[in-house]
Design a binder for this molecule. Structure first.
Ligand SMILES: Cc1ncc(COP(=O)(O)O)c(C=O)c1O
Length: 375
């Protein structure tokens, strides 16, 4: 038999796990529940129809970078645009983590650890403290030695809690000599937080942003980094040329001409998050953790059974109970008001069933297909 050509450490690596589940109410990927508003959507598609398909696009989505620079009031030379911020996570590990260290808390966004392992960086994961607080002292002592990349999701994911500005400044300053501090602000718009001032003031820091959440463009795949221009030059070397297509650029450039929809929708999602959180806190057997994002982390006891029971009622949420410290947890994206009503009604019924005398404790009516969906 032929010897396996894949590196043994890659062979042993788990793949990014996500199972798409069909359901009428989709609350499993922290997406926007609404597509782009009309007439903006039609205008963007008209621009796509006019794209020159036989030509290569700009090497690093330069037109998109210019629009982002205006939006963010950031020097265009410091804007790095890629196919989703995932791609930047990989580029950053290539440019600053390979053969060095990758530091993050656990649990955190799973891609940091996956890319560290894939690219042979030494992974250092520090468990979150009680209440999902940042383990500040432990992180500072890690930053005291070695060099590499420190991924800090702010707000945190998948726990959904805020990171204090004081902690972000402290950690960025502590790592400034040898560590690249990556402030992942994927959910920043829902927390009304913006750590670009840290990137402006502290060397070796980067802010990651995405069009997948607040901008309602998860299907388009576009993300970007804000960095100092002299750092961005090197990050771009780790991003393949021509990787953002002319079609993506046409869509995003149009949307950036008129991004006013983002603010009003974020406000609605935030109001819904508070409403759903309050309703779920009233239910027996459900613990709702504080969130400043577009999702809620909830502890329900038997996460597998409840995930299955919700799926049987046409609602898909995400299991998180495989992650350290998140036993019994599910993650629920905030949807449209109707979708959120459906979730609250289903959980109200299921928790009432579970609370009946003689019930096993877990919500009843688990269906045959209790498939997992991990990320
Ligand atoms: C914390 C965090 N960072 C980055 C991403 C990736 O975003 P993108 O769609 O831009 O690749 C996600 C996606 O869920 C996320 O949760």
């Amino acid at each position: 038999m032929a010897r396996m050509a894949i590196r043994p450490d890659v062979e042993a690596l788990p793949a990014y796990r996500f199972k798409a589940l069909d359901a009428a109410v989709k609350l499993d990927q922290n997406e926007s529940p609404w597509d782009l508003p009309e007439p903006l959507r039609s205008r963007a598609l008209e621009r796509v129809a006019r794209a020159e398909l036989h030509r290569y696009p700009a090497m690093h989505a330069d037109g998109v970078a210019e629009r982002i620079a205006e939006l963010e009031r950031w020097p265009v030379e410091g804007v790095v645009v890629t196919n989703g911020s995932n791609v930047l996570i990989q580029a950053i590990v290539i440019a600053a983590g390979l053969g060095r260290r990758v530091l993050s808390v656990a649990p955190s966004f799973s891609l940091y650890a996956l890319q560290a392992r894939l690219l042979n960086a030494e992974l250092r994961e520090v468990p979150l403290a009680a209440g999902f607080a940042l383990p500040l002292e432990a992180l500072l002592s890690e930053l005291d030695q070695g060099d590499g990349v420190h991924f800090l999701a702010a707000p945190m994911a998948p726990t959904g809690n805020a990171v204090s500005a004081e902690d972000v400044w402290t950690l960025a300053r502590a790592g400034a000599n040898g560590w690249l501090t990556v402030i992942d602000e994927a959910y920043g718009p829902f927390a009304a937080s913006d750590f670009s001032s840290v990137v402006r003031d502290v060397p070796n820091t980067v802010s990651l942003r995405t069009f997948s959440k607040a901008f309602a463009m998860g299907g388009v795949r576009l993300g970007y980094a804000l960095a100092a221009p002299d750092l961005a030059v090197h990050l771009r070397k780790a991003v393949l040329p021509f990787t953002v297509s002319a079609l993506q650029a046409a869509l995003v450039e149009t949307v950036l001409e008129d991004p006013a929809y983002v603010r009003s929708r974020v406000d609605l999602i935030v109001a819904e998050r508070e409403r759903v959180g309050a309703a779920l806190r009233d239910l027996p057997g459900i613990e709702v953790f504080p969130s400043v994002t577009n999702f809620l982390l909830v502890r329900v006891g038997d996460a597998a059974a409840l995930h299955g029971a919700l799926l049987a009622r046409g609602i898909v949420v995400r299991r998180q109970d495989h992650l350290p410290g998140l036993a019994g947890c599910l993650r629920v994206s905030i949807g449209t008001p109707d979708e959120n009503d459906a979730l609250v009604a289903a959980l109200t019924a299921l928790t009432a069933l579970a609370a009946q005398p003689g019930a096993a404790g877990a919500p009843a009516a688990a269906p045959e297909r209790t498939e997992e969906s991990h990320a």
